[in-house]
Structure formats: structure tokens, C-alpha cells
Design a binder for this molecule. Structure first.
Ligand SMILES: C[S@@+](CC[C@H](N)C(=O)[O-])C[C@H]1O[C@@H](n2cnc3c(N)ncnc32)[C@H](O)[C@@H]1O
Length: 306
């Protein structure tokens, strides 16, 4: 057996390129933190080499040790044979510039809402005026935690129905030392929040419709179905949110919800509602914003919808 500390002839660059080709040939699906084989290879190999995914290009010529190279190859093989998302293999995901612990109890963070958080929700909100935030369907806690870090004056409630997911979120809240400003709440949507009011309600809920659920690539089948499936039309959670949100928003508050591919179904269901569809410079779509006053104005429309 070779000495694990021995240097190989492989640089970081060589190992990444080799891994990229192997991933491409294996036909794995990307969509859990990366969207191409090169980025995924760089993530796996850099992790095996003990580097963060945003390592400096200057390190590309660094020569890997035997142990690092073998660790990278083992990760690559597991990624291909198991079809587990890399985030589950590495037990980490990067969201809005922050690292989160993840495992198969939670969806892998990837929402374009990260870009809004980095912008402190400007121009939709004035950051200094956001005191109370609700993250509905928090999963790993990524949106709630990144928002609390971006808005240091804000108090954040993070709601989740799955105890398994809450246990993961608890690990992340503790690692960012946010327990004094961020409350994890076990609740079916708003049910445990009676009487509370927020300046911002943000959510990346389950929104995959039945047709898309049936056609999901294998990687997504490792994620909790509770985090993805949302009935025949993908709107099973979004409609109750639209119906109930006005009772939990301050008059100047806003509701921001990701609905992904179900945007068309939502717009078709409510053609008279002027959803603001947010645009993202770093990619992503299917996120709408409605002001509290609009939710009030169209309350009857939402209540009569099903
Ligand atoms: C799409 S995942 C998003 C997780 C996280 N917000 C993110 O962006 O990575 C949706 C989450 O909603 C949770 N969920 C499903 N139904 C719920 C409900 N009725 N009330 C609260 N949370 C719910 C799921 O358990 C899952 O963790």
C-alpha cells in the first residue's frame, strides 16, 4: 500500500480535469449546488484536498498527496454509483456565501433567494426597517440563517413541519451562534404563529407538481419528498400561504415565495393578480413578490380558489 503522505504526480488541476471527464461520461445530474461537471469536480477534489470550494486559482498547480488523491477518487466513485448529491456526500452546502451542514433529512440549499439576501432584499425593502422576518419551510435553516446574518437587527422565526429537518436546522443555528435572534418553530405553515406579525415573509416551499415529481432525476430522489412534492399542480402550499399571509404581515410588509416551474400554473390560476416576478443576475427564476396591500386586495380571489 502506498504511503498516504507521498506526493502523486497529480496536481489539483489534473485531478479536477480528470474528475470532470469521469462525471461527464457517467451522466450524473447536476442541480444541487453546481450546474456543471467542472464545478462539481472542483468541489469534490478540493474538499478531498482540505480546501474550500472557492480556493484560489494559484493553488491549481499544488501537487496532491496519495491520500488526497485516493480520497477524491473515492468521493467521485460514490457520487457516480450512489447518485447522491455531492452536498450529502460532503455533508455541506454553500448558500449566500455561508457554509451549512446538510444531510438527507433536508433539501440541499440552492434557492435563488440567496441573491436577494446578499442584497439585503433591496430595493424591495429598506434593510434598517426590517425588524421581524419569517422563513416558512426552513429546511436546513439556510434562508433564515443567511437572512439573520445579512440583517443583524432582525429577529427571525423559522418554521418547519419536519422534526428531522428541524434537527438539522438546529445544528446550523448553533454553529452561527444565532439562537438569541432566530427561533426554530415546529409548525404546519402559520398554525403555531397566531398573533405574530412580520415585515418580511420569505419562503422556498415544496412546489414540484405531480408530472415533474414522476420525472425527477435520481439525485433528487435522495432528498425528502416532503421538501419537493406539492400536489397535482405544485401549488398545494403556495395557495394557503397566499390566503393566510395577510394576517401575519405588517402593513408595509412583503411576501416573497419561490415557486420554480409552478410559476406558470400560479399565474394561470390567478390571472388578475399582478405578481412581481423577481429577476436574478446570478441565474434562477420563479420567485414572486407581493406586498401586504396586494394580498389584502386579492384576498377574496385567493380564498375562493379551491
Ligand atoms: C423546498 S424545501 C426548502 C428548504 C429550505 N427553505 C431551502 O431553501 O433549502 C421545503 C421545506 O418545507 C418543509 N415543509 C413541507 N410542508 C410544510 C408545511 N406544511 N409547513 C412547514 N414546513 C413544511 C419541508 O419539510 C422542507 O424542509
Amino acid at each position: 500500500m502506498p504511503d498516504p503522505n507521498l506526493k502523486t504526480s497529480m496536481t489539483l488541476r489534473d485531478a479536477i480535469q480528470q474528475s470532470q471527464h469521469v462525471l461527464e461520461d457517467a451522466g450524473v445530474y447536476f442541480g444541487h449546488g453546481t450546474d456543471n461537471a467542472l464545478d462539481e469536480a472542483a468541489w469534490l477534489v478540493s474538499h478531498a484536498a482540505g480546501l474550500p470550494p472557492d480556493f484560489s486559482d494559484q493553488l491549481l498547480d499544488q501537487v496532491l498527496t496519495e491520500a488526497q488523491y485516493q480520497a477524491a477518487m473515492a468521493l467521485l466513485e460514490k457520487r457516480i454509483t450512489s447518485r447522491l448529491p455531492a452536498a450529502y456526500l460532503l455533508e455541506e452546502a454553500w448558500f449566500a456565501g455561508h457554509r451549512f451542514y446538510v444531510d438527507a433529512r433536508v433539501l440541499v440549499p440552492r434557492s435563488p433567494i440567496a441573491e436577494l439576501i446578499r442584497d439585503q432584499f433591496r430595493p424591495w425593502l429598506e434593510p434598517g426597517q426590517v425588524r421581524y422576518v419569517l422563513d416558512l419551510c426552513t429546511g436546513s435553516g439556510c434562508i433564515a440563517i443567511a437572512t439573520a446574518l445579512a440583517l443583524p437587527e432582525a429577529q427571525v422565526d423559522a418554521v418547519e413541519i419536519s422534526r428531522d429537518a428541524l434537527n438539522v436546522a438546529r445544528i446550523n443555528v448553533a454553529s452561527y451562534d444565532l439562537a438569541s435572534r432566530l427561533a426554530l418553530v415546529e409548525s404546519d405553515l402559520f398554525s403555531a404563529l397566531t398573533g405574530r406579525r412580520y415585515d418580511l415573509i420569505v419562503s422556498n416551499p415544496p412546489y414540484v407538481d405531480a408530472e415533474d415529481m414522476a420525472a425527477l432525476p435520481e439525485e433528487y430522489r435522495h432528498e425528502p419528498a416532503l421538501g419537493l412534492a406539492a400536489g397535482e399542480d405544485g401549488l398545494a402550499l403556495v395557495i394557503p400561504m397566499l390566503q393566510q399571509a395577510p394576517a401575519y404581515l405588517n402593513p408595509q410588509g412583503v411576501l416573497i415565495v419561490e415557486v420554480g416551474n409552478s410559476a406558470a400554473a400560479l399565474q394561470a390560476r390567478f390571472p388578475q393578480v399582478p405578481f412581481t416576478w423577481l429577476e436574478f443576475s446570478q441565474g434562477g427564476e420563479g420567485v414572486f413578490l407581493l406586498e401586504a396591500s396586494q394580498l389584502v386586495q386579492f384576498h377574496d380571489v385567493f380564498m375562493n380558489s379551491r
